[in-house]
Ligand binder design. Structure first.
Ligand code: GLC
Ligand code: GLC
Length: 794
């Protein structure tokens, strides 16, 4: 089968060996607030803090060809012009390799005895990308070549940058001084930030005006200056500002030259913006340039980045007999959890960095993937999220990372949202033992003076569900539950409105959700345990509400062979054998089996059997079946998708782990393992079919009703990262953090049951050897600081 690369586990890299991957295969850079996306051909962009409002490089989503815009290096060697990453010139290279590693990418191209080795990373403690370009003459004759850099500036607001040309084409401003090109559009007015692209050696020419550099009728693949071996030394005034440096280089056989480029971002205090009228204060930029002036400084910064990731990924390691499992657990799944935490759903090759801020439910779920890695940041995130809640327990569905304020454009009313705050907080406390977070004072809707304790926020979250029960005693769904597209209260005829923000007829509606019911029972139990642990008398009432909900589910939520999905506005069943389409849905099977509702009566086993029988296909479990074949106004967006895609019978990977965990809780190791392997990219053989990165989980893989089942989309930014982490680390491998220790309770096929785990847990480090025979059982390890070696035979 055709492959485009392979894993190299020792260096924690994925090595791409052909540039023409089925879709750009990207990586992320950045650990604090300066972030970049970089494809295997060096496409992509960077931003500081907010992908919409502080976009630094211009990137063309939807461009033709795909992935247009990035940091390009051009080499002119005689008549041939090429890029180390193949694009945009697409000149055939003698060899090509891209190594995507933890927070860096290294792209190497060779042609006609010249090797160009480009290392890209975002150093810790700086708001910049560092590009180290090393050119080596590997031939036997001296060479005279030229190297050009190229970056195109975005005019900060990524949205208006694509729309408001009557203004944009007149605002662009730059300065060129010393070795640095400065981008200062709008700095003259309210902005106090600028960007720059500099290099550690004097250059032989430059351009800052796109038309001068590229030419009116050329594309990125044929900049007229590069073709002619010159520079225009142009200064941009309006139009489209860019940055390009030129170097004329002589290289003897065997000789190398190294260039360090810094692409950075600076904020100045308002009273120190200028050093002379119109001349920007460059101090901070020059300091950053100085920090990377010499190769040793770059080496040290790169080593620090490696140490950062080594430290993080050293906290949980696995040694098993399954290499695909080891590389997923030790490297790529945890890495993706970090990326998802940093980026939420804002910027990927499927998310434009414009439309979506931080989701209330998404961000809470993302925490489950990183609490063991960066607990301090998880803590802050929980407090930020809680501060966007309303006094009645409802929440803004999204908030903006730049302001941390709720986003009015999307509003609220998604009735699963509040429960996720309990989910995220419990995950955090179980990992850290930091019960103190419950006493933190947190406002409502960010309004000073409204502060209550985080614990009160959790209580209000729980109460929001019991305050909003429907005719069957099940939770009212509101605008939607976890499934954004099951819109039971919106009835939209108008193609120009969004299903998520259009009129919401929830008031007086009977629409109830079995997904929220399962979530409520599972999280309610955790919440009760937490309350009991801290001696809060509210625990009894919580247990009672949970018991009532279980009764309601068994009475009104069971369809005979599986759990119903919902009742609609009129009280009709959704996800029932009585329905013609959408007879069974995954969300309620996952949540009700994780909550073990009716387990004693055999409901969980039956529901899981039905999931395997009806929802499972070659590539995973589809969301619902049969797919809806036409638009159903009463159900909304779910039926807007052609069958097999997204929420209409796609394999929505985010929810597969719910069934995996449900299977494991039922002791069904083979089923759990099989579902896990199907959605985990490291096990996927057909790279052409999967299309997206072989090292990142997708939000969605096309389901059995799609034109091309197995084709992946929406890679990287998805709750799948945290949920598969939870599924594999806790349910399959059995390392379950509790309030006072670790519970070891594996559920993996016995043939893979011998493995070792190194687990950092608070101030303890456990080396655990597990021999699991396949019989259900568990061992509790009370928390005790220090190193411990444990052998566990089950
Ligand atoms: C998207 C959203 C998430 C939602 C899911 C299902 O992934 O980010 O919030 O739960 O779709 O609709
Ligand atoms: C669409 C998508 C869904 C996503 C939502 C967020 O409805 O299908 O997955 O959560 O948009 O805006």
């Amino acid at each position: 089968m055709e492959t485009f690369g392979h894993f190299e586990d020792a260096s924690r890299e994925y090595v791409i060996t052909r540039p023409d991957t089925p879709w750009p295969w990207i990586n992320y850079m950045g650990t604090e607030d300066f972030f970049s996306l970089i494809s295997n051909t060096a496409g992509g962009y960077c931003f500081c803090r907010d992908a919409k409002f502080r976009r630094i490089l211009r990137y063309r989503y939807n461009g033709v060809p795909m992935d247009a815009g990035g940091r390009y290096y051009y080499i002119k060697d005689g008549d041939s012009v090429w890029n180390p990453g193949w694009k945009p010139c697409k000149t055939t290279l003698d060899s090509y390799e891209c190594r995507h590693g933890m927070g860096y990418s290294r792209i190497k191209g060779c042609k006609d005895g010249l090797e160009a080795d480009a290392l890209f990373f975002v150093p810790i403690g700086h708001r910049c990308e560092v590009h180290r370009i090393r050119l080596t003459n590997t031939g036997s004759a001296p060479k005279r070549i030229q190297l050009y850099s190229f970056a195109e500036w975005c005019l900060w607001n990524a949205s208006t940058d694509m729309e408001n040309f009557q203004r944009n084409l007149s605002t662009g401003e730059v300065e060129v001084e010393g070795k640095v090109i400065y981008h200062k559009t709008e700095y003259r007015e309210r902005r106090n930030h600028y960007a720059f692209f500099g290099v550690n050696r004097p250059f032989d020419g430059f351009d800052t005006d796109r038309e001068t550099f590229i030419g009116m009728y050329n594309g990125f693949e044929a900049p007229q200056q590069v073709l002619s071996g010159k520079s225009g030394n142009s200064l941009a005034h309006g139009w489209s500002p860019i940055a390009s440096h030129r170097f004329d280089i002589g290289l003897e056989p065997g000789a190398s030259e190294e260039f360090i480029f810094v692409l950075g971002y600076v904020e100045n205090p308002s009273d120190k913006k200028f050093v002379a009228p119109g001349v920007i204060n460059k101090e901070a930029a020059l300091r950053m340039m100085d920090a990377f002036a010499a190769p040793e400084q770059v080496d040290a910064a790169f080593a620090a980045l490696k140490a950062f990731w080594d430290g993080l990924l050293g906290r949980f390691t696995l040694q098993s007999d399954v290499p695909e499992l080891d590389r997923t657990v030790n490297i790529w799944n945890q890495y993706q959890c970090m990326i998802t935490f940093f980026f939420s759903r804002s910027a990927s090759y499927f998310e434009s960095g414009i439309g979506r801020g931080m989701g209330f439910r998404d961000s809470n779920q993302d925490l489950a993937g990183i609490v063991h890695l960066i607990p301090e940041r998880a803590r802050q995130r929980i407090l930020d999220i809680a501060a966007t809640q309303f006094p009645d327990g409802g929440c803004y569905h999204q908030y903006q990372p730049l302001t941390k304020r709720g986003n009015n454009d999307i509003g609220g009313g998604f009735n699963d949202d509040p429960l996720w705050l309990i989910f995220g907080t419990v995950a955090y406390i179980r990992e850290t033992g930091d019960f103190g977070i419950l006493d933190e004072r947190v406002p409502f809707d960010n309004k000073p003076g409204t502060e209550v304790s985080l614990l009160d926020h959790l209580k209000i979250s729980f109460k929001h569900v019991t305050d909003n029960l429907g005719p069957h005693g099940l939770p009212l769904i509101g605008r939607a539950d976890w499934n954004d597209c099951l819109n039971l209260n919106c009835f939209s005829d108008n193609p120009d409105e969004s299903f998520q923000t259009t009129e919401n007829k929830s008031e007086g509606s009977k629409a109830e959700s079995l997904m929220i019911a399962g979530l409520f029972v599972a999280e309610g139990r955790d919440f009760a345990e937490l309350l009991e642990r801290i001696g809060d008398s509210g625990a009894a009432l919580v247990r009672e509400a949970v018991a009532n909900m279980e009764t309601a589910v068994k009475k009104h939520g069971w369809d005979g062979e599986w759990f119903l999905r919902a009742y609609d506005y009129y009280g009709n069943k959704i996800g029932s054998r009585e329905c013609e389409e959408g007879k069974i849905f995954i969300e309620s099977q996952g949540w009700c089996t994780m909550a073990r509702i009716g387990a004693d009566e055999g409901l969980c086993d039956k529901a899981l059997d039905s999931a395997c029988k009806l929802l499972e296909c070659e590539h995973g479990l589809v969301l619902n079946t049969p797919a809806y074949t036409s638009y159903i106004k009463d159900y909304g967006e779910i039926s807007s998708y052609p069958g097999g895609y997204k929420e209409n019978a796609g394999i929505f990977c985010h929810n597969n782990p719910w069934v995996i965990i449900g299977e494991a809780m039922a002791g069904r190791a083979d089923d759990a393992w099989r579902h896990y392997c199907k959605i985990t990219p490291a096990f996927c053989k057909d790279q052409n079919l999967r299309k997206v990165e072989p090292y990142a989980f997708c939000q969605m893989v096309a389901g059995k009703d799609a034109a091309k089942p197995g084709e992946g989309k929406n890679s990287w930014l998805t709750g799948t990262a945290a949920w598969t982490w939870k599924a594999v680390s806790e349910a399959l491998l059995g390392i379950k953090p509790q309030f006072d220790g670790l519970l070891i309770e594996p559920c993996i096929p016995a043939r893979y049951g011998n493995y070792k785990i190194h687990r950092r847990f608070r101030d303890a480090e456990y080396d655990i050897t597990i021999r699991f025979s396949g019989k259900a059982g568990s061992v509790f390890i009370p928390y005790k600081p220090g190193k411990q070696e444990l052998e566990i035979n089950l």
